[in-house]
Design a protein around this ligand. Structure first.
Ligand SMILES: Nc1nc2c(ncn2[C@@H]2O[C@H](COP(=O)(O)OP(=O)(O)OP(=O)(O)O)[C@@H](O)[C@H]2O)c(=O)[nH]1
Length: 830
């Protein structure tokens, strides 16, 4: 060892290596270079032969090194004392010192990092341990809770069993129950599942609001998503077991009309598949649209099912088959309808009969809806009157009225004679095959000529008694109440001849005369009972509306308990608003009423949707047509009026513009009407109705137009005017001349001019012209300029030649024909 030391000690001054090592300063360049060692050594060697140092420098390397090693503060002092000679050494030392410090700092940093890591790891492991411990505690707690729940469920089950056994042993079904508690006990049932098998860990331990409220600390209700997942899983499992399902062939009942959705349901197929199939057949239908029986049959067979055609009779009520035995029939009052031309005095006559003045309150003097009244004259039996309106727009309603009528009274004003609507009424009466009584009214007037009326009636094959015929005629004055009793006598006589009878002791059926949506009472229908007796509490179906009689109100506004044959009565308790003329039938129960109502509604839906384009072809046809549509929304006070208004406006349509009633209904104009109007740009017509406040507000915002009417021809006049405005003025072309293009010249830089020979009429500058080539219109233009022998002219007569520049047209060829015309704009009248 000592030898070694010696060796080392002796070798030190000669150790070039040492010197080199000492100068091996690892300068930390960013790229990692550290090769400055050699430079240091060289520097020393360069300094040694230099002036400043004693020659012993090479030998003195070791002491110098030692010196450097020994005293770190020394260099500073020395440097202060002898700055020049010490300068180089100090620099080297400083670098080394810096390096050393850096090393130390690096070590420190590494150490600190290591310590931090160690701490972190310790903390982590501690945390993991804690969590593990906590989880373990939780699990234990949950297991205990589950056990408790299981115990509860078992107890509850036992309790239920005990109760069931005690109640009735024999009746109890031995159906296998799961481990869950009976359904009647909700709490145990919920915890039944976890009780049956241990709940998964993740479902435990959480205190949810539900759980807290339920107060069960045990099993937790599964989320909807979890249930869904479980069900799907089960389903998949089942499918996996049974393999691909075999297609089930069904017997599908196909009525005369069915929605695609309903058909799909009956077939057990997807509605979308049916729609696709229909599309392939060229039919554009949605799932909610109806298809007819033939189409439905096609679909059913295409999907491999069996068709069972069902007729309407299977669902709907056919009262005609149900005939009452002769001995059950009892006499009933006649149902009388008064018909005639507008203002001939129908309402006044009815007023005279009833002794009440209704006509005074009528808007515009026109009866707006069918009213029904029963009148018992001083002498004679009761008579039921239907007051049918006289305006032609109500024709349809009148036709319905005539069909339930036993006797028709044709009112003809003695001072006016037969008018178009009188003739129309005659035709309806004849079609309905009801006996007629002619009431020649207004005989009090100066111009009254009853005989003339009788003669005019002859033209329509109506021979009155005064003319030796069999049609009773009575001269009356509704105003003066003259001969009203005679008229009633005539009615009674006619009724006797008819021997009108009905069975009052059965379920009622009848006809809806009028229906409306009453603000306070809901849907209300005026029903004329045909046979049977309608009672409060009866279940019925009226058109597409089912209901139960809540109240019956007679024509004097009195509540009645029942209504017999030929009695008009207002019925409350409908599920919807039926239409005038709809059948009203009492049925055995609500289910039957609903079934019939639904069926009828589907038929109505079908009717409505047939107006929509059903096939691709018709859709394209529709697209191609240039007819302008004039949308309208119609709201009226009563159903019959709404229908009449719709019919009246529909009649205004022509090939250029057609009315499209987007929606029509009964009652005030509502918010939804306005929204519909806004979306379709339709004005809303309120016939005897007004909008509610909300509707008004929205209409103002969306700029929806309201039109209010109480007289139908005012309404139709406006519609005509509005439609004419929509079409714009009528453009009429008057051809004034014809010319042939004989040559084509250049005119100016770009334009062409036509050399024309005027064949017919005249050509005028500024007039419209149509250029045709082989009878095909090439362009519509105007004559921009006319020239004859270099002179500008205003017009050129037939037989002469001229040059013409056509506005915006250079497509001119020899042989083209030019038609010159004047345009007249005329206000359109519909
Ligand atoms: N002088 C006279 N005027 C009558 C008579 N009957 C009705 N009028 C008048 O004729 C006009 C029309 O009478 P209405 O009873 O409203 O006639 P309507 O046929 O019901 O008319 P619409 O309801 O518009 O279809 C009224 O001004 C009546 O006052 C009558 O017997 N004599």
């Amino acid at each position: 060892m000592s030898d070694d030391k010696k060796k080392l000690g002796t070798r030190a001054p000669l150790g070039v290596k040492k010197t080199v090592e000492a100068g091996k300063v690892k300068q930390s360049f960013s790229h990692g270079r550290s090769n400055t060692v050699v430079v240091e050594v060289k520097k020393r060697r360069i300094l040694k032969p230099g002036d400043a140092k004693p020659e012993a420098a090479p030998k003195e390397e070791a002491p110098a090194k030692e010196e450097a090693k020994k005293a770190a503060p020394a260099p500073k002092k020395e440097a202060a004392k002898k700055p020049a000679p010490k300068k180089e050494m100090t620099a080297a030392e400083r670098r080394e010192q810096v390096k050393e410090l850096e090393r130390q700092a690096e070590q420190d940093r590494m150490r600190r990092e290591a310590e931090a890591r160690e701490r972190e790891e310790k903390a982590k492991s501690q945390k993991a341990q804690d969590e593990e411990r906590r989880a373990e505690e939780n699990r234990k707690a949950e297991e205990e809770a589950a056990k408790k729940a299981e115990e509860d469920a078992r107890k509850a089950e036992e309790e239920a069993k005990r109760q069931a056994d005690a109640e009735k042993q024999a009746a109890a079904k031995p159906a296998p129950r799961g481990k869950a508690a009976p359904a009647s006990k909700p709490a145990p049932k919920k915890s039944g599942k976890p009780a049956g098998r241990p709940a998964p860990d993740r479902q435990r331990g959480k205190l949810t609001v539900n759980r807290a409220l339920r107060g069960d600390g045990g099993g937790r209700a599964r989320s909807l998503a979890a249930l869904k997942r479980a069900r799907e899983k089960e389903k998949r499992a089942q499918q996996g077991q049974s393999g691909p399902r075999e297609k089930q062939v069904r017997d599908v009942q196909v009525p005369e009309s069915i929605t695609v959705a309903e058909l799909a349901k009956r077939m057990g197929e997807k509605a979308a598949d049916l729609v696709k199939s229909l599309f392939n057949m060229g039919m554009m239908v949605t799932v909610n649209q109806n298809v007819d029986q033939d189409t439905a049959e096609l679909l059913v067979t295409e999907f491999g099912h069996n068709v069972q055609r069902v007729s309407d009779a299977d669902v709907d009520i056919d009262t005609s088959e149900d005939v009452d035995p002769e001995d059950t029939l009892k006499a009933r009052p006649p149902v009388v309808t008064i018909m005639g031309h507008v203002d001939h005095g129908k309402t006044s006559l009815l007023d005279a009969i009833r002794g009440a003045d209704v006509a005074a309150g009528e808007a515009g003097g026109i009866t707006q809806h069918i009213g029904a009244y029963q009148v018992t004259p001083k002498k004679g039996d009761p008579v039921t009157f239907l007051d049918t309106p006289g305006h032609e727009a109500f024709t349809e309603m009148r036709a319905r009225g005539a069909n339930i009528t036993d006797i028709a009274i044709l009112v003809v004003a003695a001072d006016d004679g037969l008018k178009p609507q009188t003739v129309e009424a005659i035709n309806h009466i004849k079609a309905a095959e009801v006996p007629m009584i002619v009431a020649i009214n207004k005989i009090d007037t100066a111009g009254a000529n009853a005989q003339k009326v009788r003669e005019e009636l002859l033209q329509h094959e109506i021979i009155v008694e005064a003319m030796s015929g069999d049609v009773q005629d009575v001269e009356v004055s509704a105003k003066e109440k003259t001969n009203i009793d005679k008229l009633l006598e005539a009615i009674n006589l006619q009724a006797e001849l008819l021997e009108l009878k009905a069975n009052p002791d059965r379920d009622a059926d009848g006809t809806v005369i009028e229906a409306k949506l009453d603000k306070g009472r809901g849907p209300v229908a005026t029903v004329l009972i045909k046979r049977g007796t309608l009672k409060v509490g009866d279940t019925f179906v009226a058109g597409p509306a089912a209901g139960k009689v809540r109240a019956l109100i007679d024509d004097h506004g009195r509540r009645v308990k029942e209504a017999g044959p030929a009695f008009p009565v207002e019925v409350l308790g409908l599920g919807g608003v039926p239409s005038a003329g709809d059948q009203f039938t009492v049925v055995e129960n609500e289910a039957r009423a609903r079934e019939v109502a639904e069926y009828r509604q589907s038929v109505l839906d079908k009717k409505r949707t047939t107006a929509a384009p059903m096939s691709l072809e018709s859709m394209f046809d529709k697209k191609g047509s240039e007819t302008i549509t004039f949308p309208l929304i119609i709201k009226a006070d009563v159903q019959g009026t709404a229908e009449a208004v719709v019919n009246a406006v529909n009649k205004i349509s022509n090939e250029d513009i057609e009315v499209r009633v987007i929606h029509s209904g009964v009652g005030a104009i509502t918010e939804s009407d306005v929204t519909l109007a806004a979306s379709s740009g339709a004005p809303i017509i309120g016939f005897n109705v007004r909008p509610n406040a909300k509707a008004k507000e929205i209409a103002k915002r969306d700029q929806v137009e309201f039109r209010y009417y109480d007289v139908i021809y005012h309404l139709t006049d406006w519609v005509k005017q509005a439609m004419a405005g929509e079409l714009g003025p009528e453009i009429i072309e008057h051809v004034v001349g014809k010319a042939e293009v004989k040559a084509v010249f250049k005119s100016g830089k770009k334009d062409k001019a036509a050399g024309l020979l005027v064949l017919d009429g005249v050509i005028k500058k500024g007039l419209h012209a149509r250029l045709t080539r082989d009878d095909v219109i090439v362009s519509k233009t105007t004559i921009a300029s006319l020239r004859r022998f270099k002179d500008d002219v205003d017009q050129v007569e037939a037989g002469t030649e001229c040059g013409a520049v056509l506005e915006d047209t250079n497509d001119i060829a020899e042989g083209d024909m030019l038609e010159i015309f004047e345009v007249e704009e005329k206000e359109r009248v519909l």
